[in-house]
Design a protein around this ligand. Sequence first.
Ligand code: SF4
Length: 224
Amino acid sequence: MARSYVAEAKRRGLGSRRERIGPIVERLAREHDDATIALRFRSDLELLVSVMLSAQTTDVNVNRVTEKLFRKYRKPEDYLAVPVEELEHDVYATGFYRQKAKSIRGAMRVLLEEFDGHVPRRLEELVRLPGVARKTANVVAAELGHAQGIVVDTHVRRLSQRLGLTRNDDPVKIERDLQRVVPRADWARFPHLLIWHGRRVCIARRPVCEECVLAALCPSARVF
Ligand code: SF4
């Protein structure tokens, strides 16, 4: 499916990916000037824990849980000072609570042992923390102002395909394709723009092409 959109962009004479990416970013930035991460956090550590908890659940749900969680757990040592069952109970409502509690405790241990209790900035350091895969590391690094990649979630994947920015389905390959065309200065905000556009307009089952600011640049638009 993604392949046909790339071909379709050529067929419709919409321009190459490189030619379209500037106007795409510009229009999305105008349309969604409030597009930022929806998770609530006040420190690097809270950011890391929030992103780890956000797997397989909504940001709203994570915020509900962390509001209480972050009053109780303020530093890495706090997550290790309670029995694992207590942490499991405290993150229960985010789902997969056993795995998440285990990962958080593992990550806190490595933070203390290798990083002086501070959240590192570099992707290769972040992915050394238990439970932190490339996507989580990308989100954390970008929010800390050190984007070294482009976050690819379900919205970014769908919109990148519909916009004919990638032929691929695998998130790692999609990220590589996006890195080739998206200017580096936009690596942090680009996923937020696609995520908000995906939630509000380019909805998975029912894209509202007739109201989309990207329609003239999009090879899968149904309005032309
Ligand atoms: S034109 Fe339609 S398919 Fe293309 S980005 Fe907009 S809503 Fe999505």
